[in-house]
Design a protein around this ligand. Structure first.
Ligand SMILES: CC(C)(COP(=O)(O)OP(=O)(O)OC[C@H]1O[C@@H](n2cnc3c(N)ncnc32)[C@H](O)[C@@H]1OP(=O)(O)O)[C@@H](O)C(=O)NCCC(=O)NCCS
Length: 184
């Protein structure tokens, strides 16, 4: 029985190990990690999937903003979905989609309006992500444009959205992972 629950302070070390196994040790070199450097994940939007008290999956979100490049308009707040990872031995049981449904519902309930991610459209389209409206978005580094996806949590929130996806102007510093408590 898989149990999805909010992330607890004791989880980061186990989660980091799962992410290293899922994405490889070079994952921090990806462009999307430039949006996470020095920024804490959103504690209220961090979830883990447990089975028999062992970690089976993890989903986090990071705060971002889209700074218009063609106008002097203010940055538009959004959230970055990911990383999402599920233990390979537990794949195909709905854990990834379940984590995202919980996370997206919570994000909407907290008033977030736009979710952006870099990932495979055939998978993320199952929870409403698409390419429409993402054409005008840029990241601070190379990314396959076909993998830059968007999902509105409020109808029309991303209409006309264009610009550079960047860290939010006001950021909450992230504690180094190795100073966090290990899971008991
Ligand atoms: C991708 C990942 C999160 C999926 O988690 P999961 O718990 O196995 O997924 P779910 O059980 O919720 O969904 C499984 C379904 O999604 C499909 N699916 C999984 N990954 C997919 C992908 N990349 N593209 C298209 N479909 C995919 C499966 O084929 C399966 O389809 P089915 O229901 O028709 O059988 C997991 O495999 C993982 O952690 N992979 C390594 C890390 C990673 O790639 N993360 C995503 C970054 S883009």
């Amino acid at each position: 029985m898989i149990n999805i629950r909010p992330y607890r302070e004791a989880d980061p070390v186990a989660v980091e190990a799962l992410l290293d196994r899922s994405f490889g040790p070079d994952r921090h070199k990806k462009t999307v990690y430039r949006l996470r450097e020095g920024v804490a994940p959103m504690a209220e939007l961090s979830f883990v999937a447990f089975d028999n008290k062992a970690l089976r999956g993890s989903l986090q979100f990071w705060p971002i903003q889209v700074r218009p490049l063609r106008s002097d308009g203010p940055p538009v707040a959004a959230v970055l979905l990911g990383p999402l990872a599920v233990e390979p031995a537990y794949s195909g049981r709905g854990i990834g989609l379940g984590l995202m449904r919980v996370g997206l519902q919570k994000a909407r309930s907290l008033g977030h309006r736009i979710v952006i991610l870099v990932g495979d459209l055939p998978y993320y389209s199952r929870v409403g992500f698409h390419r429409d409206g993402a054409e005008g978005l840029r990241l601070p580094g190379p990314v396959d444009p076909n993998r830059l996806l968007i999902r509105e949590l409020v109808a029309g929130a991303a209409a006309g959205l264009e610009g550079l996806i960047e860290k939010p102007s006001h950021i909450e510093a992230a504690p180094p992972v190795d100073q966090r408590e290990a899971a008991p």
